[in-house]
Ligand binder design. Structure first.
Ligand SMILES: Cc1cc2nc3c(=O)[nH]c(=O)nc-3n(C[C@H](O)[C@H](O)[C@H](O)COP(=O)(O)OP(=O)(O)OC[C@H]3O[C@@H](n4cnc5c(N)ncnc54)[C@H](O)[C@@H]3O)c2cc1C
Length: 443
């Protein structure tokens, strides 16, 4: 009988694992199943450019089925994982029908969701930037604020509408704030009643510097570059709470704003945090060095939902760069286990980290030693990520978007993409189950 290998999650980590397993194992050795709630994967490093209208949202996603050859794909929401009985309950995303999948090997690659650290009012009033829907919604929201400001005479109201606050000085906050400057520079000409100096962009970070997890110098350069472009960077500023008017920092400073973008943290997917073994970073799954989960033979975890020990101490960071390396390594370890050989400790020395700052500027730390800044770093960012984007057709589309972006202003059509899938997402993230009248079906 072929081993039943079930992979949960169709992001960077899950897909990289499935593709390598397809290559390593013969159909007679393993039956592969991948479960994910969307039938596409999102290339997250390009999400900030979707939120600023520089890239079309469909161009940065790739269908899961197009990335797999013989793995069975299930469009489903993982409802429950029974580690003792070795089975997973999955609800079909469209039909709502329930099915149970039994496994011999289970790969947990469910990623992470936005965390607001239970700060009062933040979940209700902030816009996250984690999914494709979030990016589309943010773009439409920003354009809607410009439309409202255009017809608002009251100075206090105009200031609230034209103040955009990004919280979190990591990749997402830094890149999104830089992109917003580009969006306004390109589109304000269409709003004749709004003077450029009326638009305020804030970037709020609790730590002493931006990009705190990256090599020395990158955060300082980013703060200077963004500052030169008009972004007000507030360091060592912790958020206390948010309400309908804006946000309040610890210490009492209040920023009245109609746009609060939250990218200050992530926590593992709720299906992972619900497991009794979730005791790692932010309730992620602590693994052994080969990505197996101690005490549960046949159970593996990787990507943002796992805490994988790094040889130098601590755990590997939750980035796409690491997830893409962990996947194939884990596949080799599963193949070794099935064939009765020894597994190997995961080792990866990151090549470097890059961030795009908008305005054709970037910053790149290479091998933890060299710092590249400005136009060259931005070109490196674009070239590297374009080549990593799955699918030749997607690469061509993104390259065309970028070329058109150099020639034409950004699109200010406000499309109101408050779609069914966006509603579904927010319900799921809030831990609520969308109500569907659907028959129960057990396999
Ligand atoms: C805006 C942004 C920019 C980023 N930029 C960079 C960057 O420049 N460089 C970099 O290295 N990293 C970057 N990252 C981080 C990177 O995206 C993550 O580290 C990476 O996505 C982790 O991969 P993963 O496979 O573990 O999780 P994910 O890619 O999140 O995949 C998890 C998958 O599981 C699915 N899923 C979750 N729960 C369920 C469930 N209950 N049922 C069914 N399916 C489920 C999800 O829908 C998703 O498809 C960025 C992240 C964001 C949000």
């Amino acid at each position: 009988m072929p081993a039943r290998i079930v992979i949960l999650g169709g992001g960077f980590a899950g897909l990289a694992t499935a593709r390598e397993l397809e290559r390593l194992l013969r159909p007679s050795e393993a039956e592969l199943t991948l479960v994910s709630r969307e039938n596409f994967s999102v290339f997250t490093p390009m999400l900030p450019e979707v939120s600023s209208g520089n890239l079309e949202s469909r161009h940065i996603v790739t269908p899961v089925r197009a990335q797999l050859r013989r793995t069975q794909f299930v469009l489903g929401e993982v409802d429950a994982i029974d580690l003792e009985q070795k089975r997973v309950a999955v609800r079909h995303v469209i039909l709502g029908t329930r099915r149970t999948y039994e496994y011999d090997q289970l790969v947990l690659a469910l990623g992470a969701v936005t965390s607001t650290f239970d700060l009062p009012g933040v979940a209700e009033h902030a816009l996250p930037l984690k999914t494709l829907d979030d990016a589309d919604r943010l773009r439409n929201h920003v354009i809607a604020m410009l439309e409202l400001a255009d017809v608002t005479a009251d100075p206090a109201q105009r200031q609230r509408l034209l103040r955009f606050v990004f919280v979190g000085g990591g990749f997402t906050g830094v890149e999104a704030a830089g992109e917003m400057v580009d969006l306004f520079r390109s589109t304000l000409r269409f709003y004749r009643s709004i003077a450029p100096h009326e638009v305020e962009i804030y970037l709020v970070e609790g730590g002493k510097k931006l990009l705190p997890e990256l090599q020395a110098g990158m955060g300082e350069y980013s703060a200077r570059a963004l500052g030169r472009r008009g972004v007000r960077v507030l360091l060592e500023s912790m958020v206390a709470e948010a309400d309908h008017d804006g946000l309040t920092l610890k210490g009492g400073r209040h920023l009245s704003t109609a746009t609060l973008v939250w990218s200050a943290g992530v926590r593992p997917s709720p299906s992972i945090a619900a497991l009794s073994i979730a005791s790692g970073r932010g309730r992620s799954i602590p693994t052994s060095a080969d990505m197996s989960v101690p005490g549960y033979p046949g159970l593996w975890a990787l990507g943002d939902c796992a805490s994988i020990p790094a040889p130098a101490g601590g755990t590997y960071p939750p980035t796409a760069q690491h997830a893409l390396r962990e996947g194939p390594w884990l596949a080799h370890n599963i193949a070794a286990t099935l064939r009765g050989s020894a597994t190997k400790t995961f080792r990866y020395d990151a090549l470097g980290m890059m961030a795009s700052l908008g305005g054709r500027r970037g910053v790149a730390g290479l091998r933890g030693r060299f710092l590249l800044t400005g136009f060259l770093a931005w070109m490196l960012w674009r070239t590297y990520y374009l080549l990593r984007l799955p699918g030749l057709d997607r690469r061509v589309r993104v390259a065309l978007d970028w070329t058109l972006g150099l020639l034409f202003p950004r699109d200010i059509s406000e499309l109101r993409v408050y779609t069914e899938s966006a509603r579904l997402h927010s319900l799921l993230e809030a831990g609520l189950k969308p109500v569907r009248a659907a028959p129960e079906e057990e396999a």
